[in-house]
Design a protein around this ligand. Structure first.
Ligand SMILES: Cc1cc2nc3c(=O)[nH]c(=O)nc-3n(C[C@H](O)[C@H](O)[C@H](O)COP(=O)(O)OP(=O)(O)OC[C@H]3O[C@@H](n4cnc5c(N)ncnc54)[C@H](O)[C@@H]3O)c2cc1C
Length: 447
């Protein structure tokens, strides 16, 4: 059955025929071109320092193939941008699932984070000059970019803590401070950093102190000290940089949107991006299920005389994984549909639900597949260990689970408490009336 035939019935009415055709092309491209190219991509990256200086030829070849069949920039939603391929969030969400099955597919189709979020920032908030200088080459896949918010000295899940200083001096801004987890900064093609810092640390409104400025990667005073690892993986050539800024000077025209508008920018940036991550994560979970099915049907491996597919507990893992993935997909598609019907702000609750739920489910699914492979599951011989490490970071990146849960809980309580308390009190009263009217004593409950 093709990818378009597998679209959940709930989402079908929101998907055009053109998107369905593209979805089938994405599936074919990922299964037949991207997954078989992964080993070559890794081999071409090589070892040691070379990994930060190489753009594997396999990637450029995939990009040429993807463009030729029209798989390019599908992420920019048609309701809000004219520069993309003209799909809605739900249509692209379905495609992102397949892209998430392969670690090279998103970049091959120019739908890779953090460039996607950064391109949205340029398209939404950039002026004409910023768009010409940075958005155009990013849309063409000629350069890469990084978004620098997190800092080593503070708790960055609360972005009001950000400290990097952006001081205005004449017709320049001067930046001082440090950043880490700057994803993408390791790539030799990464030419532009979108840097969040404080232009007005004394502003009484803590959400008006921050701004985002554009800093070309080769600006004097910018130093990349090291690349951080994720459970031992270096994620080359992309990487996660630890970077300092020492009297880094940029012109006033480097300011995005205006001083004090940093929060607005990060909020606008992260909504759709979280849905893209969530759908790619579903794809990663589906890949783990593919591997699980292959392992439990491997005739050479028969613990205690039977293939794993004859052991009840293993079939239960497979069934649970299917239930979890299919329900998680509905949560994400629901959020994407809600964004399409309004915007990311309109769908805050649904986006947060997907952001928290999907990585947790995917981790359980991947972990079951790891277990089914025994020792091989934690090795480099399956993609499972790498998938697990990658997905585990999503419970922290773009805001830890706890922050989203706290906001969800607060919102749920605030919006419902009055009505729920009133309704339950009324029901208790009616219940007592029913009891006394029929000759029974009232309940003694104090609730
Ligand atoms: C692979 C990866 C890629 C990343 N890429 C980027 C990037 O490109 N650019 C960028 O700027 N950043 C990036 N980050 C950083 C990421 O966004 C931050 O790590 C995240 O926002 C959390 O900030 P922190 O690490 O400072 O943790 P802290 O803010 O110190 O939080 C630590 C822990 O405290 C707990 N906590 C926090 N708030 C609450 C609360 N309200 N209630 C209960 N518990 C709470 C949570 O368990 C949390 O994990 C990346 C991170 C990873 C792992």
């Amino acid at each position: 059955m093709s990818a378009s035939a597998r679209i959940p019935p709930i989402a079908q009415p929101f998907v055009s025929d053109r998107a369905k055709k593209t979805l089938d092309l994405v599936e074919e491209f990922v299964e037949k071109e991207c997954i078989p190219a992964e080993a070559l991509f890794s081999a071409q990256l090589g070892v040691g320092e070379k990994r930060w200086k190489t753009n594997p030829a396999a990637m450029e070849e995939l990009k040429v193939k993807a463009r030729k069949i029209g798989l390019w920039n599908m992420f920019l939603p048609k309701n809000h941008f004219s520069q993309g391929a003209g799909f809605s969030n739900v249509e692209y969400g379905l495609m992102a699932e397949y892209l998430g099955k392969s670690k090279v597919a998103s970049e091959a189709t120019n739908n890779a984070a953090p460039d996607t979020g950064n391109m949205e920032v340029f398209a939404k908030y950039g002026n004409d000059q910023q768009k010409a200088q940075w958005l155009s080459p990013l849309l063409e896949g000629k350069i890469r970019s990084a978004f620098l918010m997190t800092e080593p000295e503070i708790a960055s899940s609360d972005a009001t803590n950000i400290q990097l200083d952006i001081r205005r001096e004449g017709n320049e801004y001067v930046l001082n401070g440090s950043k880490w987890w700057s994803s993408g900064a390791g790539d030799p093609r990464c030419q532009i950093y979108l840097v969040m810092g404080k232009t007005d640390a004394r502003n009484p409104d803590p959400y008006k102190q921050q701004s985002v400025v554009l800093v070309p990667a080769n600006t004097p005073g910018v130093t990349i000290h090291r690349m951080l690892s994720v459970y031992g993986y270096d994620d080359a050539p992309h990487g996660h940089g630890h970077i300092t800024f020492e009297n880094v000077r940029v012109p006033l025209s480097a300011m995005v949107l205006g001083e004090g508008r940093g929060f607005e920018i990060i909020q606008g940036r992260l909504g759709p991006g979280r849905i893209h991550h969530a759908m790619r994560t579903i794809g990663a979970a589906e890949r783990a299920v593919d591997w699980l099915i292959a392992r439990i049907n491997d005739d050479r491996k028969k613990p205690f005389g039977q293939p794993l597919s004859s052991h009840g507990v293993i079939l239960e893992w497979l069934a649970k994984s299917r239930i979890e993935i299919d329900s998680a997909r509905l949560i994400v598609l629901n959020a994407a549909i809600k964004i399409d019907q309004g915007n990311a702000k309109f769908a805050l609750k649904e986006i947060a639900q997907a952001k928290v739920l999907v990585p947790q489910i995917a981790l359980s699914v991947i972990d079951r597949a790891v277990q089914a492979y025994g020792a091989a599951g934690v090795s480099q011989d399956t993609p499972l260990a790498n998938l697990w490490a990658m997905i585990r970071t999503l419970r922290i990146a773009d805001g830890p689970d706890e922050v989203h849960l706290q906001q969800l809980g607060k919102r749920e309580n605030k919006s419902r408490r009055e009505e729920v308390v009133k309704r339950l009190a009324w029901q208790r009263e009616q219940s007592d009336k029913n009891l006394t009217a029929n000759g029974f004593p009232k309940t003694k409950s104090s609730l």
